[in-house]
Design a protein around this ligand. Sequence first.
Ligand code: SF4
Length: 339
Amino acid sequence: MRMIYNDAFALETHTQPADTLIDASSDVRLRSLTITVGNLCNLQCRMCNPFSSSRIAADPIHSGWFGHRSDRDESKDIESAYAEIIESCSSITHLQISGGEPLIIPKIHKILQSLIDSGRAQNVVLMMPTNCTGVGDPVLARLSKFKEVHLRMSLDGHGPANEYIRYPSKWSEIVDTIIRFKGLPHAKLSIGFTLSALNVFEVVRTAQFGDAMGIPFTFGVVHTPSRLSPNILPQATLEQAAVEIDDAVDSLTLNPSKRELRAISRLLRSFARQDREENEELWTKFVQFTNDLDRSRGQSIEASLPDLVTSLRVEKGPWQRNIFHILPKDRATPVSKAS
Ligand code: SF4
């Protein structure tokens, strides 16, 4: 998972390597612990990378944009280390977990179950991001045993836009999962929106979706890969998106969400004031990357993000077909490779 959940995390945090913390005879009293257990994930979101998602690592087109494949699976090495830390440190009250997708990682569930079995779960606040897919009833039952569960639900758009960016998720499954999360005792939910070049016109729809469900909207910004940063967008598109957001802020009822939207609007306007020329190379990469993934996944930016494509026409003209990677199917029917 790219975004790390820090809410309610004002406690002192140790950042030492795991093996230096394991000493049952020491007087270490950990209050909070952050663990990252491998990159197992069931999605391959466009702004993610092979180190965070096993599905991207297994996709030669997507991982090819990072120059190499990743077989990262650090979970084998650290599972026993983390289990021992948790076992040794009865003082832990806040446990923050990231992946991959934490809720589908079996080793995470072993750790959670050990906390439940030892009777300590009721004293532990659990915090994690989740993509809201692949969550079955046993997972929900386990989460319900903890003192609090803070779930930052990663949504990068509404409906088809989210399905496009967070491939191959299904919106209907996500909505169903959110409803079930809301039924958890002591659950504190938020939407974690990753602002990128793809979704500046999805901010309002996503915040309104959260507002209707009483779930606050929060956001982070893509800086890497830089080809997906919102500041590669043309000035007119950035300004149009900012105006759309400004116009919608007062339609929201949740004040934290209003603050986040105002912050996004200011950010987009500041990007719009930057020198646009320096982004031309990144713009080309953005188009090639998008087309590479569209072709390999059978998706279409025009169909999934029509507001963005329409806005881009003002400065960039019709969407271009440049590609970078040649797909195996192209070898039978040659396609010219654009620069
Ligand atoms: S859910 Fe998306 S962003 Fe999170 S780890 Fe998986 S691919 Fe990456």
